[in-house]
Design a protein around this ligand. Structure first.
Ligand code: ADP
Ligand code: MG
Length: 685
């Protein structure tokens, strides 16, 4: 149910392909984008201050030119003295046209806007914006995020035009009832947007510049609401049906845990108790299981699958990569097969016939637990009695894909468990998984030491190579992670190949293996198997190993160009080596020059081993789209809101979302189309 699409910016007067291309750089393609292009700050052009009071910052002054001069020969500067009743100031123009020079004559009166600074000649204003003193005062002017070749004036003009066009047809504007908003926050949308672009004279400029003005809060609220609803769309169907009761008796529970080579931590037991309680109800479980890398989420999920099996229901386990699906398969098989549970794997390597056999086993209920990647969503996968869906997400899945799997349930709505390895800051978790309950494994299994982390300049590479040689001499293994951000998989694969080649030369007798995303699954698998068996000493890998396999003997990891990755991702990668087997090390290589933010980030990672704290920091430094890995899909890309700044709104947004679903669901499609764009794939209304 798509709402009306807003016309392209090309519909505006004076906008041709060249200008449209520049606008597109700012993410603006249609008129709605234009009116949602929020000013980053504002300038007060509503008050003229006495020249004597102009000491610093950007101000508006007005006066008469009493002196003009051109100084300097090589690069002449036009200097004018401007005076009002209170005092005078110098205006300096480093570039000036003859026309300007002729206009700035003694006795002419000007209004000037610019930054005041104090030099050894006294107070001065460099290249002020000029207008005749007789012109109307402009009020508070918005300053937009801009790009080369696109001036503030052009943007202001286009926004005004977009508003005029909007006037004619208000059908793009969602129209939410007042009851959707917390007390005092509501204002009609069109008026609010207008006030955003052209604030009333006398508006609180400080609040506006801090993005805390009621106008901005009101818009942020509606935007957060749209995102919340978009994420919720996928789960609405879940709430409507009944789920099977999945019961696990203590006897079987103990038979399972007695066979494990470890004892469950207190956190694992607490979290499983929460899940177990959910599973006994016919209300579908929707639970997000958060836990740092290595905290032991898998075994908790396996317990849930055991409960399903005991009660005669199937489970589907979805992993983000083939490699990880295979790892799950081998672990789950070891754990569950001895109890009589049939665990099967769906992979792209199965032949057509094997596949058909598997599908019919799944459809007839012979398979109790089916593990796979998104291949589980294929149309021909039909479960007999699907009672539980586990998604090991690691930020790789879109919400829409999860939907598809859920709908395979023939008789009942399955219970639903999502596991995320990178802890998501609370505010974002609430938005993204608005309706899910959250369980947290906040404890690592005993005996895990934090990974000793070092930040190292690339130019110390020869020292690093020596260290690696000593490490391999002790019979240990290591990872070398290649990164390229914002580059194609092809380039990344090439970079990894080159790196492996160079390292082979540098490391002499060392066995160097390589895995990257462009390899065939079977080849990747073979390399990983060799690594696991110790036939490879150093595994050069692209970031695919982020979700890769467990190799306890590999206790050292080098991450190249670490400054380019986010904290959460680096922490994930580092988690690969902190898996028992004694002390482990992570070396973060960087290249100079390092930006201040990057330096801070790496230092923070070196000293902090708490995934939650790191994720919060990441959010602060890089923004929500990056943190949740939704950058590509456009979800959680905010124009007005900032989930950190506006975090206090989030709990209320959840309530409003519920209210809207119950009382005015027909308002939702246009709300989502307006804020998330026409292509918002998350929409399911
Ligand atoms: P993650 O939460 O990152 O998915 P895993 O479930 O893969 O972590 O567990 C990481 C490793 O820790 C696995 O090798 C697993 O067998 C082991 N493990 C899980 N729980 C415990 C525990 N209570 N004590 C010791 N080791 C455990
Ligand atoms: Mg895991």
């Amino acid at each position: 149910m798509a709402a009306a699409a807003a016309p392209s910016v090309l519909a505006l007067k004076g906008v041709g392909p060249a200008l449209a291309a520049r606008l597109e750089k700012l993410g603006i393609t249609d008129l709605v984008d234009l009116i949602l292009h929020a000013p980053s700050r504002y300038e007060d052009r509503s008050r003229v201050i006495p020249i004597a009071a102009a000491h610093s910052g950007k101000v508006l002054i007005e006066g008469e030119v009493v002196l003009t001069d051109i100084v300097g020969r090589r690069s002449p500067i036009l200097v004018c003295q401007l005076r009002d009743q209170s005092g005078s100031i110098e205006l300096r123009f480093f570039h000036f046209s003859p026309k300007l020079r002729h206009r700035m004559v003694i006795g002419s009166r000007w209004r000037c806007f610019g930054e005041v600074r104090t030099s050894r000649y006294g107070r001065e204003m460099i290249h002020p914006e000029l207008e005749p003193a007789s012109a109307d005062l402009k009020g508070i002017l918005p300053v937009y995020p801009a790009t080369t070749g696109l001036s503030q004036n052009t943007l202001r003009r286009l926004v005004c035009q977009a508003f005029e066009a909007l006037e004619e047809t208000s059908k793009w504007l969602p129209d939410l009832p007042r009851s959707c908003f917390p007390d005092g926050l509501y204002m009609p949308l069109a008026a609010t947007l207008r006030a955003l672009h052209l604030p009333q004279p006398g508006s609180d400029l400080k609040a506006l510049n801090e993005h805390r003005h009621p106008i901005q809060r009101r818009l942020a609220y509606e935007e957060l609401l749209a995102h919340q609803l978009a994420f919720q769309g996928q789960s609405r169907s879940r709430g409507s049906g009944e789920s099977p009761r999945l019961l696990l008796d203590d006897e079987l529970l103990h038979r399972f845990t007695d066979c494990l080579p470890f004892r469950l931590t207190a956190a694992q037991r607490r979290v499983f108790a929460e899940i177990r309680k959910d599973l006994t109800a016919t209300r579908p479980m929707g639970r997000l299981l958060q836990g740092d890398v290595g905290s032991g989420k898998t075994v908790v999920a396996a317990l849930a699958a055991l409960a399903a099996w005991r009660s005669g229901w199937q489970s589907a386990i979805m992993a983000p990569t083939e490699l990880l699906a295979e790892q799950h398969w081998s672990t789950w098989r070891d754990w569950l097969m001895p109890l009589g549970v049939n665990v099967s794997l769906l992979t792209s390597r199965q032949s057509g016939r094997e596949r058909q056999q598997l599908f019919s086993a799944v459809a007839s209920g012979l398979v109790d637990v089916l593990i796979g990647t998104h291949a589980l969503f294929q149309k021909d996968v039909h479960f007999d009695r699907l009672g539980l869906v586990v998604v090991d997400e690691q930020h790789r899945f879109g919400v829409d894909q999860r939907m598809a799997l859920k709908s395979k349930a023939q008789h009942r709505v399955p219970h639903y468990l999502v596991m995320t390895a990178t802890p998501i800051p609370r505010t974002l978790a609430m938005l993204r998984y608005g309706d899910l309950d959250v369980s947290v494994i906040d404890q690592l299994p005993p005996g895990r030491e934090p990974v000793e982390t070092r930040v190292m300049n690339e130019d110390k590479r020869s020292q690093l190579i020596e260290r690696l040689l000593r490490w391999f001499g002790k019979g240990r293994q290591a990872y070398w992670v290649c990164t390229l951000i914002d580059e194609s998989e092809v380039l990344l694969a090439e970079a990894a190949e080159k790196t492996a080649e160079v390292l082979r030369k540098e490391l002499g007798n060392t066995q160097v293996g390589l895995v990257h995303g462009r390899m065939k699954a079977a080849d990747k698998e073979a390399v990983m198997a060799d690594f696991k068996q110790g036939k490879i000493d150093l595994l050069v890998a692209t970031t695919v190993i982020e979700v890769g396999v467990d190799v306890p003997n590999a206790g050292l990891m080098v991450i190249e160009n670490s400054e380019r990755l986010g904290l959460a991702q680096l922490h994930q990668l580092r988690g690969r080596v902190g898996r028992g087997g004694g002390k482990s090390y992570c070396i973060l290589l960087y290249r100079t020059p390092l930006t201040e933010t990057a330096r801070l980030r790496l230092a923070y990672l070196r000293d902090c081993h708490d995934g939650f704290a790191l994720a919060e920091k990441d959010l602060e430094l890089r923004g929500p789209g990056e943190v949740l890995g939704t950058r590509q899909s456009g979800a959680l890309r905010f124009r007005m809101a900032d989930p950190v700044r506006d975090r206090d709104l989030v709990p209320m947004v959840r309530q409003s979302a519920q209210w809207l679903c119950q009382h005015a669901p027909e308002k939702i499609p246009s709300l989502l189309a307006f804020w998330l764009g026409q292509g918002s794939r998350y929409v399911d209304v």
